[in-house]
Design a protein around this ligand. Structure first.
Ligand SMILES: [Zn+2]
Length: 536
């Protein structure tokens, strides 16, 4: 039985750009379009050509090879002909395969926001679609506020969809612009649109996540008969985000309820690169990946409790809803004070550390982990610190260098212009092969100054650590007050693409940070030696 095709349409470059804190450069947009093209997304929408210099430059060239490259913009203005509308002309001139028009489908918005009549709005839709086809491009229409518009005036909302369809629009996309529609309403309204004569293989869904159901609403529309889904990478978007394609894609491809009926333009090989793609996208946004993200988060296939851990080893399917490898993720059994011996053995083996289950050093390691976790260390979030602790217990970590002392100074003063200025400086004294070195550095805050000073002169190790950088820093106060215990977690990254977390705990935040920084550097040195050992 042949399967029905579901088309995927990405709006990361427009909806994603609305995310607080996100601002794409032309280079970012080119890199993201490339990622989407490689993945096998059918339509990559690039934003509004002519809206600003970034988007004009981006649309100067077609940016995809396999995916259809889509420009987004308004339907023609009321009162001018399609050939006399400069906005429409700019859209048609953009180097895109298709144009996706945003059209009002709620009569309230037509009146208040556009200030035109219902009939003029329909004429704008009709003329814009016709002009696009005349230029040899594919036309699509996003019906903005469709579901709210339908609830207010079903006849008018439907007439917008029908007008676009009859004019020859390839897709008419029903948008839940405010994001408040429920899956049951989406299912019912999409069914009504299809029953009115617009076929489902011309209908798309554009869901926002304001009630946490953008993915559910997208799937509800598919169940009702729509065949195109719009969404973004990692669900970014304004307010609570858009439908997350990184969740929708594996659901469509791996869940029999969809996979038996439908196919998408993504191969299983590309699906196996999904976790990497999701993390690379976060890296581009300079933010830490969500560890609990469905399918692709580092915790998505992680298990903590001891009884589950041993059962997982016997039969992974009893505890996992899909195979982690299918999405390029991996099974993780976390070490923690709740874990039994089997957790530890599996985790050590995964890190290339062989130890017999009856080896007394294993009991010693478990005892140390439990004791340190009681003090506030959290090894399940600091895999590199755990590996170092294990290797130390086994006696395989050399003393690369010794930090004799460090000192941090923070000064807050007025500068020559009378503005408040905060200056941080750190001094670190290190001994390497009997030789003492003193490094001084200024930084953005005391931890940054300490990091720079520590890594400024590590003698013969200096070139080895040159490619590492710190990407995230988290501070957690474990019990109240300024004399509380502080836990610091640091994420580091190097040119191999590996990320690792280290932990430090102290009643002093600088000291806790220093421990985590030291672990990170030593882990990097150990890892370099392991890589050489495995290669040789
Ligand atoms: Zn949107």
């Amino acid at each position: 039985m042949s399967k029905e095709r579901i088309y995927l349409f990405d709006t990361t470059l427009r909806d994603g750009q609305q995310t607080p804190g996100v601002d794409f450069s032309v280079e970012d947009k080119i890199a993201i379009a490339q990622m989407l093209d490689d993945l096998g997304i059918d339509y990559v929408e690039g934003g509004y050509p002519g809206a600003n210099p970034t988007d004009s430059e981006f649309f100067a060239k077609k940016r995809t090879t396999r995916s259809q490259f889509v420009a987004f913009g308004m339907t023609k203005r009321a009162g001018v002909s399609a050939s006399n509308d400069p906005g429409l002309a700019a859209l048609i001139q953009a180097k895109s395969d298709a144009i996706c028009f945003v059209a009002k489908s709620w009569d309230y918005h037509v009146r208040v926001a556009l200030g035109t009549t219902n009939e003029e709005n329909l004429e704008s839709i009709r003329a814009s679609v016709t002009a696009t086809q005349g230029a040899g491009k594919v036309a699509m229409v996003d019906c903005e506020h469709f579901f709210d518009g339908y609830k207010a005036n079903p006849e008018y909302a439907l007439s917008c969809v029908k007008t676009a369809y009859e004019a020859g629009s390839r897709w008419i996309v029903l948008c839940d612009t405010n994001g408040g529609t429920q899956p049951e309403e989406v299912r019912r309204i999409v069914s009504t649109v299809i029953a009115s004569g617009v076929p489902g293989d011309h209908l798309g869904i554009h869901a926002h996540n304001d009630t946490g159901q953008a993915v559910a609403n997208s799937l509800a529309a598919i169940e009702a008969g729509a065949r195109q889904i719009q969404g973004t990478l990692n669900g970014i978007g304004e307010r609570c985000g858009n439908a997350n394609l990184i969740t929708i894609i594996p659901t469509l491809m791996l869940k029999p309820v969809y996979a038996d009926r439908f196919e998408v333009g993504i191969t299983p090989e590309r699906l196996a690169g999904l976790s990497k793609l999701s993390h690379a996208f976060d890296e581009l946004l300079n933010r830490a990946p969500d560890s609990q993200a469905p399918y692709v988060g580092t915790s998505a296939f992680a298990t903590k409790a001891g009884i589950h851990a041993s059962a997982i080893l016997k039969d992974p399917q009893t505890y996992e809803h899909v195979a982690p490898e299918a999405v390029g993720n991996e099974r993780r059994l976390m070490v923690s004070d709740q874990g039994g011996k089997s957790n530890f053995l599996v985790e050590l083996r995964r890190r290339g550390i062989q130890i017999d289950k009856d080896d007394p050093r294993l009991d010693s390691l478990i005892a140390q982990v439990k004791e340190r976790e009681a003090q506030g260390y959290a090894y399940e979030g600091a895999d590199a610190s755990f590996e170092l602790l294990a290797r130390r217990v086994l006696g395989s970590v050399p003393e690369f260098f010794k930090v004799d002392s460090f000192r941090c100074m923070v000064e807050r003063r007025f500068d020559a212009n009378g503005n408040i200025k905060t200056v941080s400086e750190a001094v670190v004294r290190v001994t390497i092969d009997g030789e003492t070195r003193l490094s001084v550095a200024e930084g953005q805050g005391p931890v940054n100054a300490l990091d720079i000073a520590l890594r400024k002169d590590l003698g013969k190790y200096q070139t080895e650590i040159a490619d590492m950088s710190l990407t995230d820093y988290k501070v957690r106060i474990l019990n109240g007050g300024t004399d509380a215990i502080t836990r610091v977690l640091i994420e580091s990254f190097d040119s191999t693409g590996e990320r690792w977390w280290t932990v430090g705990v102290s009643d002093n935040v600088i000291d806790a940070s220093f421990q985590a920084l030291m672990d990170s550097i030593i882990y990097k040195l150990v890892k370099n030696r392991e890589a050489i050992r495995l290669a040789g």
